[in-house]
Design a protein around this ligand. Structure first.
Ligand code: ADP
Ligand code: MG
Length: 239
């Protein structure tokens, strides 16, 4: 399966090598224990996981940090959203007891944030609440939402760090963090805002980073914010 689909996977943990989980070729192989998830991907009419999904899902579900590199249009949004829903489900701290959201998705542009939120609403289940935060929307509207116990925040770094600075949002209960389209994040030069946001997020979180390319700057970002990750790359990569 790996060879056929050009999947490359490596453990970046130094010294102690862990077993890399087998890729899953069918949705049932991984989501049978999560009927809501299985039903929502079925409803979408997808016949099988994309290569990046097939290798990334079993790794993320083990609680391991992941870097996922694959070109645009290969389903990277669901790579992190679906394990995120499961993560929230399995969190011992119920929403009422959390002081804020449990999952954060950082993405470079407003357009991407809107797109991710609509995927999120399409596949989420139960009464999971999400909010999309980006520049240009009524701030009061956003703040009202933020204070109403959401589970998932999807945000552009600039607007979120503004809210954070003004104490409108608490990030200290986030345990699952997503850096989406990391290469584009660097394009727009927002690393200092990311740094500010991440300084408030617990170090024992799980972090997933996706990107279409793997330049030095993205590599440096991953070294800074991910802990002992595995990397999955579709295509050829020289590490
Ligand atoms: P990327 O972030 O890699 O650019 P997206 O997550 O935006 O890609 O996904 C591109 C499209 O592929 C979306 O419309 C998404 O719903 C669809 N998609 C996701 N997973 C699958 C799958 N397993 N099979 C078919 N289509 C999928
Ligand atoms: Mg994407």
């Amino acid at each position: 399966w790996r060879k056929e689909n050009n999947i490359m996977c490596e453990d970046l943990k130094k010294n102690e090598k862990r077993a890399i989980p087998h890729p899953i070729c069918k949705f049932e192989d991984v989501f049978d224990h999560y009927p809501e998830v299985r039903d929502s991907v079925k409803k979408a009419g997808f016949s099988r996981p994309t290569p990046i999904q097939s290798q990334a899902w079993p790794i993320i579900l083990k609680g391991i940090d992941l870097i996922g590199i694959a070109q645009t249009g290969t389903g990277k949004t669901l790579v992190y959203l679906i394990p995120g829903f499961i993560h929230l489900d399995l969190q011992p701290v119920a929403r009422e007891k959390r002081s804020g959201p449990g999952m954060l998705v950082l993405t470079p542009t407003r357009e991407l944030a809107i797109q991710i939120e609509s995927e999120c609403k399409k596949y989420t289940y139960g009464d999971t609440k999400s909010i999309c935060i980006y520049g240009g929307r009524e701030r009061r509207d956003q703040i009202e939402h933020v204070t109403k116990g959401v589970d998932i925040v999807i945000a552009t770094p600039g607007t979120l760090s503004d809210l954070q600075m003004n104490d409108f949002i608490r990030l200290n209960s986030i345990t699952y963090l997503l850096l989406d389209e990391a290469d584009k994040m660097l394009d727009v030069g927002i690393e200092s805002q990311i740094m500010k946001i991440l300084s408030d997020i617990r170090p024992d979180r799980q972090t997933v980073m996706t990107s279409a390319t793997w330049p030095d700057a993205v590599r440096r970002l991953s070294q800074k914010y991910l802990k002992d990750p595995m990397i999955v790359y579709i295509g050829t990569l020289h590490l």
